[in-house]
Design a protein around this ligand. Structure first.
Ligand code: NAD
Length: 255
């Protein structure tokens, strides 16, 4: 636990399930005030709100499609209206589809880019505006992927969005370090969530995935959440612009 996180206000995008949910639960244990952003699944988001509250934090659920600029602006506004501040932004919402690159429509390219990269940029911009105006030594965590580094055939839009997220992080980290605003990336490896359930539930494919991981197992959302808590805390006060690979060693293999 990180004592300084108590009472801090965090927005987590795509927090109704998976990694986002894991981060929300951990922030609840840290007694933080959490805005649980969701897109469609309001019931699941309400469950996460209850989980955060049971753990000792406070929370609200706010619907917003992160691929829409006006909805992100509203998400940040509601956070500030409700909790009076914004200390931590976690850009976690993400989508992934599979398609040979030569068949990928521009529409599908934009859908992934708008959600995974443009949405993160807009949320960063709005959060930073508030942090600068109120002299908040804020904290931004972008959830990227090992595929910001490892190319992923049939996922050119996804890999490009995550590569972009890395440079978004590094550029903002450099630009706002003088203001005490830290910006970092967490790059998960294979984590057991609905995003890759179809692969992990197939024993053969599961075996293939594990063979790519030196630790020979997939990770859990709580293992990403503990890194997010550390990065958000004062313990990481001198850390900005990094990518923290939480991947069981996956990126150590030469691909
Ligand atoms: P998930 O599908 O379980 O959760 C994704 C969340 O994003 C969901 O809550 C979904 O509703 C939300 N979301 C999607 N589009 C949205 C939109 N337009 N507006 C608001 N919310 C939206 O997947 P996950 O595995 O928990 O993924 C979380 C993040 O971690 C993603 O950015 C993903 O790329 C990244 N990641 C996951 C893995 C993995 O193995 N699971 C590996 C590397 C990176």
């Amino acid at each position: 636990m990180f004592a300084d996180l108590k009472g801090k206000v965090a927005v987590i995008t795509g927090a109704s399930k998976g990694i986002g949910r894991g981060i929300a639960a951990r922030f609840g244990q840290e007694k933080m005030k959490v805005v649980v952003n969701f897109h469609h699944d309001s019931e699941q988001a309400d469950t996460v709100v209850e989980e955060v509250k049971r753990a000792g934090g406070d929370a609200i659920a706010v619907r917003a499609d992160v691929s829409k600029e006006d909805e992100i602006k509203r998400l940040i506004e509601v956070t500030i209206e409700t909790f009076g501040c914004l200390d931590v932004l976690v850009n976690n919402a993400g989508i992934q589809t599979t398609c040979p690159s030569h068949e990928l429509s521009l529409e599908d390219w934009h859908k992934v880019m708008d959600t995974n990269l443009t949405g993160a940029f807009v949320a960063c911009r709005e959060a930073i505006k508030f942090m600068l105006a109120h002299n908040i030594q804020g904290n931004i965590i972008n959830v990227s992927s090992v595929h910001q580094k490892i190319p992923k055939p049939f996922h050119v839009h996804y890999a490009s969005s995550k590569g972009g997220l890395r440079l978004l992080t590094e550029t903002l980290a450099l630009e706002y370090a003088p203001h005490g605003i830290r910006v970092n990336t967490i790059a998960p490896g294979a984590i057991a969530t609905s995003m890759n359930e179809h692969i992990l539930s197939d024993p053969e494919q599961n075996e293939v995935v594990r063979s790519l991981i030196p630790m020979n197992r997939v990770g859990e959302p709580k293992e990403i959440a503990s890194s997010a808590a550390w990065l958000a805390s004062e313990e990481a006060n001198y850390v900005t612009g990094i990518t923290l690979f939480v991947d069981g060693g996956m990126t150590l293999y030469p691909f």
